[in-house]
Design a protein around this ligand. Structure first.
Ligand SMILES: [Zn+2]
Ligand SMILES: [Zn+2]
Length: 333
């Protein structure tokens, strides 16, 4: 192959990578999904930029309203990810109607964790191959950093694995949201900037500004939210206790549960993934589940799937403190 051909190919490659900032299915057929460890540097420039933009706090400073906005957006969007991207779109742990399905899909999408179908497809793949070589974010197989953030920077993990989400393909609004997955985050960022400008002009006593609201409400909140979410892929397959003898390294971890509104009961979840609750006992705090129960009182969600009593007793590890997570004594089936 000539040098000219080489440079033409690499040029069209980076043009495609950049066009995927706006259309996640641009030239998607050209991606080799078996090329599993190649980082797509051009495509992840916005992700890197989002991290660097957090340093803008040095220039814009802080104000109570900006910090409160960042915390509120962290909590609301974490719930959209845990309650809907995870428990609903990935596991169908409860039912809702088409309006709320789309509404929470939009809210989840504002978290900059791609579209609901991409998220659910990769997550179903994780459960199918948990901690086997094919599991794209297994710390056991690929190390901490790859399981935490590296996997989502790779070329091979960029396309939506539609064969795992065939049940959602019949909703054109979800497919649109999934394809143009940066529209909602951009709208959120612009809205926050405008809100900050409005406060600056109309209520200067609040001490905020457009750039400050953008940095806190979007960049800091979203970056912390992203890393909070992916702790479940990395830390929660490494640190914590195992109650159930699952064929993976999943753990229950109370700190991660608080950080992620209930997702830290990950060993429970791998044991029985379709339940609406992941804290299986009253003392296992699962804020996402409490919020789902609250939404069910208003008819927004319904038919929350419980954990069958028989499943609570199955595959218990008698000494669940065992440091490496393997059963210390024979399990009960
Ligand atoms: Zn897992
Ligand atoms: Zn799951």
């Amino acid at each position: 192959m000539s040098g000219d051909q080489d440079s033409n190919i690499s040029c069209s490659r980076w043009i495609l990578s950049i066009s995927r900032w706006f259309d996640s299915e641009a030239g998607i057929d050209a991606i080799d999904i078996n090329d599993d460890k190649q980082v797509d540097w051009f495509r992840i420039v916005p992700l890197i930029g989002m991290h660097i933009a957090c340093l803008g706090v040095i220039r814009v400073g802080w104000s109570p309203i900006a910090v409160i906005t960042a915390i509120a957006l962290y909590l609301v969007r974490m719930f959209a990810i845990t309650g809907f991207y995870h428990r609903y779109f990935s596991h169908r742990a409860f039912k809702t109607n088409r309006f709320w399905q789309f509404a929470f899909g939009i809210l989840g999408n504002s978290s900059v964790q791609r579209g609901p179908l991409w998220w659910a497809a990769h997550h179903r793949h994780h459960h199918r191959f948990a901690d086997q070589r094919q599991d794209v974010h297994s710390p056991l197989q690929h190390g901490f950093w790859w399981s935490h953030i590296g996997w989502m920077t790779s070329r091979s993990n960029f396309p939506t694995r539609y064969k795992y989400v065939k049940d959602w393909e019949s909703y054109p609004e979800l497919r649109w949201l999934n394809r143009y997955d940066t529209v909602v985050p951009i709208l959120l960022a612009v809205s926050l900037f405008v809100f900050g400008k409005f406060c600056e002009t109309v209520h200067p006593e609040l001490g905020t500004s457009g750039p400050q609201m953008l940095v806190w409400g979007f960049f800091i909140s979203t970056t912390v939210l992203l890393h909070g979410t992916v702790t479940i892929n990395s830390f929660d397959h490494m640190f914590g206790r195992r109650r159930f003898d699952t064929p993976d390294t999943s753990r229950n971890n109370v700190l991660l549960s608080l950080l992620t509104l209930g997702e830290g009961w990950h060993n429970n979840h791998h044991h029985y993934p379709v339940a609406a609750r992941q804290g299986f006992y009253w003392w296992e705090i699962d804020i996402t589940y409490y919020l789902l129960v609250g939404l069910s009182w208003f008819g927004i969600v319904r038919d929350l799937r419980p954990v069958p009593v028989g499943r609570l007793a199955a595959n218990r590890i008698r000494n669940s403190n065992h440091a490496d997570g393997r059963p210390a004594s024979k399990t009960t089936k």
